[in-house]
Design a protein around this ligand. Structure first.
Ligand SMILES: [Zn+2]
Length: 625
């Protein structure tokens, strides 16, 4: 899991949860969690394993935490049972939190925001039947990421239901009264058509569109199908809301559901702060706006193990997600908790983040020795900004970011919701990634940007809906994109606007890459990016499977991270930093004590050098002599 610990605009976390001052681990255990696992068909258990799992909050865990310098333990408080059934877990934790505090370790309590194990819950709390989320067909809304053997054992409760809100807040208060230092919420789902939600939607649309609408029926592609297709949690079927061409009311419904969860979280946070003013407050929002903005601690479950496919040469990298979290966190370091491989360790460090946990003692020692000079106080140097609205699950977007990374394009993420003149001014080229819905104020800013000489590539239908997803007759960016009259729906268009240059692909490059149908456009798109980005930050001549990421440290250093995603070492890599006037290069690697640097050539128009071979990771630091 990856996380940032700060919001761009929100309140700061307490000091003990600031970057560099904590090490966290989550332990999903205890009797309530064990019951949850059994009811979710999650694992093959033996009686011994069951016993261990139920009794895992013990002295051994504390000793482990002390030994590994863990300062925050995330422990299960309430996965979806009634208060009565949670009692046994709470009794254990009340005692355990006291012990944990005596060791100087903080505790974050894990709660499921919407889940209920209804067989138990409805018997213990009969009124909970009224709290259920209701599907369009009148049935329950099951939690989707479990394997049910026979009857569905987990159904979701409604975030807009006042009864559930009050009951849930009692769980939160109990956790804080037990001494929890922080709260972490999972399962932030709202997919509800209950009367409260329907009425809320009518009111929401009255405010947003000036007219009340009925909540639309689910799409032809159901959430269940999506779930199966992506294999990851779907919060409010909003994963299609960026690129998809659904009627605007479906987008409005996703927005409404996300906003409902946001309101619930906000209310919970207010309640929590009355008990503990500096409570750490985070959740698993899958990066979705606006709920990802409530809290002082963020976590993403959407990273996947990075990989290289020797057949196609395709790389799976989390570069896009790390860069998103970096930006979303106000350019504070994102963290990867529980790093799985050396390449993964290298890529989060190369994107301005930090890996928590030891992937390899040598890598750990490397970070200790050189961390200050190569990872601290760095800034991205990319001059390509990818503008996107929210973030759909990484499975949808990762192929696009991997495609850019594979061609060593140095890009940053620009979050649509945070666009301002300053952000735009940082880039020579902006790529609008499926910005179907766009406010006219944003369109004006983008128009100004191009008129003054910024370059633009737009992919996918762009600006054809208003900020609130209501369709427009013509794209608000039509003049900039050079689209007049009947807009094309395919191909590639190139034009000038003011001093800037514009390329428009009416079909989504990200969708084509995801569906493996990119064909000729893959090469053409990269050519366009290369041509329009101005002087590239870096040029790399390396075997397939090697990625480069460039960061700067003030004006005195350029740090080139080279990562090999292949399982075996690769041969020589040629690097050129056009426009770089530095003449000194130092090569460092955790894989070799003295990695070989070759052919360093410093000229007025740039610096070039060769790296003789690469196991997994090397860093070249360029500086003045
Ligand atoms: Zn509802």
């Amino acid at each position: 899991m990856a996380m940032t610990n700060i919001n761009a605009d929100g309140p700061c976390p307490p000091r003990w949860a600031e970057h560099g001052l904590f090490r966290e681990t989550g332990r999903y255990e205890g009797p309530a969690e064990t019951a949850k696992m059994l009811l979710s068909g999650r694992w093959d258990f033996t009686p011994l394993r069951l016993w261990e799992k139920a009794n895992a909050y013990n002295d051994e865990l504390l000793a482990y935490a002390k030994e590994h310098h863990i300062t925050i333990l995330r422990l299960v408080w309430s996965p979806g049972f009634s208060h009565q059934a949670d009692q046994v877990q709470w009794d254990i934790l009340r005692e355990y939190i006291r012990k944990t505090h005596r060791k100087g370790i903080k505790v974050v309590a894990y709660l499921s925001l919407t889940n209920s194990f209804w067989q138990e819950m409805f018997e213990a709390e009969p009124q909970a039947r009224q709290w259920r989320q209701i599907h369009h067909d009148g049935g329950n809304v099951p939690y989707m990421a479990a394997t049910y053997h026979g009857e569905v054992s987990r159904v979701l409760l409604c975030v807009n239901n006042p009864g559930w809100r009050d009951y849930f807040k009692q769980k939160v208060c109990a956790a804080l009264e037990a001494g929890a230092d922080g709260l972490f919420f999972d399962n932030l789902f709202s997919k509800c058509f209950c009367p409260i939600c329907r009425e809320g939607f009518a009111q929401y649309t009255r405010e947003v569109y000036g007219q009340a609408y009925d909540m639309p029926a689910p799409d032809a592609v159901t959430q269940d199908e999506l779930q199966k297709r992506t294999g990851i949690e779907v919060i409010a079927d909003s994963d299609r809301n960026v690129a998809g061409d659904r009627p605007f009311l479906h987008q409005a419904r996703s927005d409404y559901w996300n906003r409902s969860t946001t309101e619930f979280l906000t209310e919970v946070w207010e309640t929590a702060r009355k008990i503990k003013s500096d409570v750490l407050f985070g959740h698993n929002a899958h990066e979705r706006w606006p709920m990802n903005q409530v809290g002082n601690y963020k976590l993403s479950e959407d990273d996947q193990p990075c990989s290289y496919d020797p057949g196609s040469g395709a790389i799976w990298t989390n570069f896009g997600l790390w860069k998103y979290l970096f930006e979303d966190g106000g350019r504070h370091k994102p963290f990867l908790n529980g790093v799985r491989s050396k390449a993964e360790w290298a890529e989060i460090n190369a994107c301005g983040g930090d890996a928590i946990g030891v992937v390899d003692p040598v890598y750990h020692a490397f970070h200790k020795r050189f961390g200050r000079q190569i990872y601290h106080r760095t800034q991205p140097l990319g001059r390509v900004g990818v503008v996107l609205r929210g973030l759909s699950p990484v499975a949808d977007r990762a192929p696009f970011f991997s495609h850019l990374a594979r061609h060593n394009v140095q890009f940053d993420i620009v979050i649509y919701e945070q666009i301002d003149q300053y952000k735009l001014s940082l880039y020579d080229l902006l790529i609008l990634l499926d910005l179907r819905a766009m406010g006219s104020d944003t369109a004006d800013r983008l128009g100004d940007y191009v008129r003054r000489g910024g370059n633009l590539i737009a992919t996918g239908p762009t600006g054809i809906a208003k900020h609130n997803w209501q369709p427009r007759e013509a794209s608000c960016l039509a003049d900039v994109l050079g689209v007049d009259g009947e807009a094309s729906t395919a191909g590639r268009m190139e034009s000038n606007f003011g001093k800037g240059h514009v390329v428009f692909y009416p079909e989504s490059i990200a969708d084509k890459l995801k569906d493996d149908q990119i064909g000729e456009y893959g090469r053409q798109f990269i050519e366009d990016v290369r041509r329009l980005q101005g002087t590239p930050v870096i040029e790399v001549d390396a075997p397939d499977g090697v990625l480069a990421s460039v960061t700067g440290r003030g004006r005195s250093k350029i740090v080139v991270h080279l990562i090999n995603y292949r399982p075996a070492p690769v041969g020589a890599i040629q690097v050129r930093l056009p426009g770089c006037s530095f003449s000194q290069v130092t090569l460092l690697s955790p894989d070799q004590p003295e990695p070989r640097l070759d052919r360093v050539d410093a000229r007025s128009d740039g610096l070039s050098f060769a790296v003789e071979g690469l196991d997994v990771y090397a860093v070249a630091v360029a500086s003045r002599s």
